[in-house]
Write a protein that binds this ligand. Structure first.
Ligand SMILES: Cc1cc2nc3c(=O)[nH]c(=O)nc-3n(C[C@H](O)[C@H](O)[C@H](O)COP(=O)(O)O)c2cc1C
Length: 194
């Protein structure tokens, strides 16, 4: 029997940011994507994540931030490199920066809060894919750039979990090899049974 949710999980592929184009999600679709993104397991209900949207002209303006960060942090970047940075966010109609926000809380270790933001990134991709869009979760260099984190006004307890690029796939991505279950799954047996 066909099951759309399971089919999505079994067939989803990321679409490279450079293979995305217009159109992107509508306001309503974006609301659905973000609602799905924030509906993830979250120990102690801390919402240890938040989302920053980049659309329209803001993508170009942020490109200027990326180019400047590249100039500040790298030794003598080429004009080509600076142009590439300036155009990064123009690759897709919508980019969502998913921000990890760790809230020190007894019983909810930092590790678990970080796992929750990973789930938020994945739900973002799944919802975008379910709506017929292509999406990719990337960090590239600027996810780790101090200059960029400052421009994003991240608080000391925050860091970039990823930038999710969303748009219409120019082409369907090829399948890629996945780990064999036999290599990653084992069945626990008690010592007395061995
Ligand atoms: C935290 C995280 C960061 C990633 N950063 C990048 C990146 O900077 N560049 C990249 O090409 N892929 C990156 N990836 C991998 C892609 O998201 C994606 O998994 C890959 O293109 C394989 O596609 P698939 O999702 O269809 O398996 C990252 C994945 C994760 C989980």
């Amino acid at each position: 029997m066909s099951n759309k949710a399971l089919d999505l999980l079994l067939t989803r592929r990321s679409v490279s940011a450079s293979a995305l184009s217009e159109p992107g999600p509508s306001e309503e679709q974006l609301r659905q994507i973000l609602t799905a993104a924030s509906r993830v397991p979250d120990h102690k209900k801390l919402a240890p994540w938040r989302f920053i949207l980049f659309q329209g002209d803001a993508r170009k303006a942020f490109g200027a931030v990326l180019a400047e960060a590249c100039r500040v942090e790298e030794k003598d970047p080429s004009a080509f490199r600076l142009e590439t940075e300036a155009a990064r966010f123009l690759r897709a109609p919508t980019v969502i920066a998913v921000i990890s926000r760790v809230v020190p809380t007894p019983g909810a270790p930092e590790w678990e809060q970080i796992l929750s933001v990973g789930a938020a990134c994945q739900n973002t991709i799944l919802a975008a894919t379910a709506l017929g869009f292509g999406a990719q979760w990337i960090t590239e260099w600027y996810g780790y750039s101090e200059t960029v984190c400052q421009a994003l006004k991240l608080a000391p307890n925050e860091r970039v979990a990823g930038f999710v690029y969303i748009g219409t796939a120019k082409e369907k991505p090829d399948e890629r090899e996945r780990p064999a279950l036999a290599d990653i799954v084992s069945v626990w047996t008690s010592a007395k049974d061995q």
